[in-house]
Write a protein that binds this ligand. Structure first.
Ligand code: XBP
Ligand code: MG
Length: 254
């Protein structure tokens, strides 16, 4: 089946947003709200097993703060905290706080030039996606993506396949016509459960995850002057960066 579309995760895949973006925004929110919650770098790594900001907040309270007396409107408190966190996160992006990972911009341009369709499949809030694309790729970059599957458009977040199934349905494509791009085990499980071949680029937070079933595992997409490292047993025929030719080869592998 010919390759028709590339489906990208956002956090960790397009940009390394978690440690210096989302985590910082959560901590600013907690300080402002007068809460003695602080997510340091190692703790945040553990909390990342739970996808979704609101879900992560609930998980933290339930598993790490047995001392915390939940107010009667706890759910509303989570909503308020999450809304403020989104403000902090998008403000951080608007100050140029996070850049794209190596090779992302190049690969998107190559795909657009060759008429390969693009979409996003992410757990994060849509405002976060818009802010990231706008402040890294430019004002019109969101329009490059035919579907932006984000946040709460589906009930079950990754590792459930729902967001990928949602995107495939909207694009009227089958999984076999697409390649997915992820950085985490939850993301890989979501993509694989939707039947998608998946390229992984690891981050510091995800490098020890189990990526069995991935088409390839890389440290990043690479650039002509900045070669990638192949972390899986995958033959790349001497390639040093990920381009459409290599993606097509991986897609065609049985
Ligand atoms: C991303 C996430 C998100 C962000 C926070 O996962 O888990 O929850 O950390 O986003 P993926 P929100 O890369 O697998 O999509 O606070 O907007 O939920
Ligand atoms: Mg991710």
């Amino acid at each position: 089946m010919a390759l028709k579309a590339l489906l990208f995760d956002v956090d960790g895949t397009l940009a390394d947003t978690e440690r210096d973006g989302h985590r910082v925004a959560f901590n600013r929110t907690f300080a402002e709200a007068g809460l003695d919650w602080h997510w340091d770098v190692p703790l945040y790594g553990k909390l990342l097993t739970v996808a979704g900001g609101r879900e992560r907040l609930r998980h933290y309270v339930d598993h790490y703060r047995p001392d915390y007396v939940k107010p009667p409107d706890f759910e509303a408190q989570i909503e308020r905290l999450h809304a403020v966190k989104t403000e902090h996160y998008t403000a951080l992006l608007s100050r140029g706080g996070i850049s794209l990972r190596p090779g992302v911009s190049r690969l998107l341009s190559e795909a657009r030039a060759q008429g390969i369709r693009l979409a996003l499949a992410t757990t994060t809030t849509e405002a976060n996606v818009s802010a990231l694309l706008q402040h890294t790729l430019g004002a019109d970059a969101e329009s490059w993506f035919e579907v932006v599957g984000a946040g709460d458009v589906v009930a079950a977040k990754k590792p459930a396949p729902d967001i990928y199934n949602y995107v495939l349905k909207k694009m009227q494509l089958t999984a076999s016509q697409c390649m997915a791009f992820e950085d985490s085990e939850n993301g890989l499980r979501a993509a694989r459960a939707a039947g998608l071949k998946t390229v992984i680029t690891v981050t510091d937070y995800t490098k020890a995850h189990d990526f069995s079933g991935a088409a390839i595992v890389l440290d990043h997409f690479g650039e002509p002057d900045r070669p990638f490292k192949v972390l899986s047993q995958t033959n790349v025929d001497g390639a040093s960066f990920l381009d459409l030719a290599l993606i097509r080869q991986l897609h065609a592998d049985p």
